[in-house]
Ligand binder design. Structure first.
Ligand code: CA
Length: 223
């Protein structure tokens, strides 16, 4: 795991780096806000430890800009005891957590583990094929930048197929999984729902995200 640490108090910064490296983290250290922003926008980190008061760009402005660009890297703010307003503003801007100086480095490490685990969980809960994205937790479906409105059953069907792009699902298996009851095997329920789903996730019909496998069932295209 790679962590960016932006802290201008050099003694504290060195101390954090040493402790993180002992835990096996890779650490990029910077004492300057502009440099921190450049690193955060050009490199991939698992988390950013961000002091609020930095020379150059301050921590909150860095955070605001990252979030405005859609950068969701977990951020833990380092705040002074007196910076209550800044702390609240930071949380409102999308900071994942904060620690107040002086702090035990073990606490910072525990919080880094917590926010990166959370981020990993969120990443795993999103299914993405081309520009179609399905969030299994919030149940939001987006196509490009637009929201797709699905019924509960349509959502289950889509999520089921999208979990294994390229795999062929027989109609009977889809029925059992998505509807979960005994059914008339001659029912065309699956076909009806597939047609509806196709119209919603591929309105112009140009992409054929759900392929028909003749005589068997359906498969979500592996893009
Ligand atoms: Ca500072």
């Amino acid at each position: 795991m790679r962590i960016l640490v932006a802290e201008d108090e050099k003694r504290i910064a060195r101390f954090i780096r040493q402790a993180l490296e002992e835990q096996g983290f890779g650490v990029d250290l910077t004492h300057d806000g502009d440099e921190a922003y450049l690193s955060a926008t050009t490199q991939q980190y698992d988390a950013i430890v961000l002091d609020i008061m930095l020379p150059g760009r301050d921590g909150l402005s860095i955070l605001r800009n990252l979030r405005a660009q859609g950068n969701a890297t977990p951020v833990i703010l380092l705040t002074a005891r007196t910076e209550l307003d800044e702390r609240l503003e930071g949380l409102n801007l999308g900071a994942d957590d904060y620690v107040t100086k002086p702090f035990y480095v073990e606490e910072l490490i525990a919080r880094i583990h917590a926010v990166t685990r959370r981020a990993e969980g969120e990443r795993l809960s999103i299914l993405q094929v081309a520009d179609l994205s399905v969030n299994l937790i919030t149940r939001e479906v987006t196509l490009g930048t637009g929201a797709v409105d699905l019924t509960a059953r349509e959502f289950s069907l889509l999520a089921y197929l999208m979990r294994a792009p390229g795999r062929v699902f027989p109609r009977t298996q889809i029925l059992e999984h998505v509807w979960g009851y005994d059914f008339d095997p001659t029912s065309n329920l699956v076909d009806v729902y597939i047609q509806r789903l196709r119209k919603k996730i591929d309105p112009d019909g140009g992409r054929q995200l759900i392929e028909t496998v003749r005589g068997v069932g359906y498969r979500f295209r592996a893009v």
